[in-house]
Design a protein around this ligand. Structure first.
Ligand code: GLY
Ligand code: MN
Ligand code: MN
Length: 427
């Protein structure tokens, strides 16, 4: 659980970063239309949530900073018995004032009127300058007299890079629910099923264990479908002797997990699958073991490319001189993506990778990132020995950087060949 004190601390840190005589605003998410008059399930904006822990739409957080003090003001939807009958209870101004440790709370209907007052005499304006939200556009118009505009999102995203102990606990909980989902699929019979049946099983595990949602659209890709990196159709039959790549992670209390496992449909790897799997797994283990403060993500990427290239030469997938293959980046055909990304309130946490001075940000205690090497050999790739064609493998874990190393937060989700074969349903 994240306490109101922690949210206040985050606002205080952000407020200190804003210049004197400034105004900053950050809005909640809006509902997104799915079709006609139905909406997608509401998901609070991650930056707004990071600063407030407030889940309702039509709200805003405003920082009003003068020479000597900063006021934090929360705007919430007003109580409305008729609307609440349809869409559920709203917290309202009174309760919000008690719950959130902000200086003032007003109803959202008063936002425009109040902003008109707040902007007077201000020299700097902070908001999400890249947003297409009507409310942001209106605010920018209304405060056009303020000459300096800065993107408030950059400050928040930088703060989100380092996770607090309570954030790490929520990520751990999301991973633990995800573990149950992956293990449940491993343990069940898969021959004769369609990809979406496994997806349904995963979603059942997520929802029945209290995960609000998945953290991203899950991938359940049998056989060659795994070679489409963002395969989300999930509608084909599972075939005996093929592999299934499952990239699925639950979101718990707004925090993501992002886990990929690649498992045999019938519970046993073939010998060529084993060879490719071992290469990806050995690479992943080696990269994870490098993780500690001061190491750079680009070092991990480079090492993964080197290891996979060497391994692919041994297996006869790449042919030629190692140095030349690396120089020509020949691995990209089979390993085209990055080694991993920050993870937190968003599956791809939008925290920066590069600092203001254009230097790469090294790993540091409290950062959480994924490590996800993969190899993807298309079924029609005639340049590769036949036995490897149509196999796509990715193994993805979620890693916390600690004071002098790392903690693999998803280490309990089985991934060695032996572990997977022993837990799997055999048919
Ligand atoms: N599931 C998205 C990713 O692995 O980055
Ligand atoms: Mn990922
Ligand atoms: Mn993933």
């Amino acid at each position: 659980m994240i306490t109101q004190k922690e949210y206040k601390k985050r606002r205080d840190i952000l407020a200190k970063k804003l210049s004197k005589n400034s105004i900053g605003i950050i809005f909640s998410s809006t509902y997104k239309t799915r079709s006609n008059d139905t909406d997608y399930p509401y998901r609070q904006d991650s930056n707004f949530y990071y600063l407030t822990g407030f889940k309702e739409d039509n709200s805003a957080l405003v920082f009003v900073k003068t020479k000597n003090e900063t006021k934090t003001v929360l705007f919430v939807q007003k109580k409305d018995a008729q609307l609440e009958l349809w869409t559920g209870k709203r917290m309202g101004k009174k309760k919000a004032k008690k719950r959130f440790l902000v200086d003032e709370v007003f109803v959202s209907d008063d936002l425009q009127k109040r902003l008109e007052k707040y902007v007077v005499g201000k020299k700097t304006l902070y908001c999400d300058l890249s947003s297409k939200d009507k409310r942001v556009k209106r605010f920018l118009k209304q405060s056009s007299a303020i000459k300096t505009q800065k993107n408030i999102i950059h400050f928040i995203q930088e703060m989100r890079l380092i996770k607090s102990p309570s954030e790490i606990n929520l990520i751990k909980k999301a991973i633990s629910i995800t573990k149950d989902a992956h293990h449940s699929v491993m343990k069940s019979k898969k021959i004769g099923k369609k990809e979406y049946e496994l997806l349904a099983q995963i979603e059942y595990e997520f929802k029945s264990k209290g995960a609000y949602s998945d953290a991203y659209t899950s991938i359940v890709a049998g056989g060659n479908n795994a070679n489409t990196l963002h395969y989300i159709k999930n509608n084909k039959p599972l075939i005996d002797k093929e592999l299934i790549l499952i990239d699925a992670g639950s979101e718990y209390k707004h925090y993501a997990s992002d886990i990929t496992r690649t498992i045999p449909v019938n519970g046993k790897f073939t010998s060529s699958q084993k060879k490719l799997y071992k290469l990806v797994l050995d690479t992943q283990l080696e990269i994870i073991s490098m993780i500690k403060p001061h190491v750079k993500r680009s070092d991990l990427q480079k090492k993964a490319e080197e290891l996979l290239t060497k391994g692919m030469i041994k297996l006869g997938i790449l042919k030629g001189n190692y140095k030349k293959l690396i120089k020509k980046q020949k691995h990209k055909k089979y390993y085209p993506h990055g080694i991993g990304h920050w993870m937190g309130l968003d599956v791809h946490d939008p925290a920066p990778y590069i600092n203001y001075d254009d230097k790469e940000i090294p790993l540091d205690k409290g950062m959480v990132l994924t490590i996800e090497p993969g190899l993807y050999i298309d079924k029609n790739d005639k340049s590769v020995p036949k036995k490897y064609r149509g196999i796509g493998i990715r193994i993805e874990d979620n890693i916390l950087v600690t004071k002098d190393g790392y903690e693999n937060l998803s280490k309990d989700i089985v991934k060695t060949i032996k572990e997977i074969e022993s837990i799997s349903f055999k048919s």
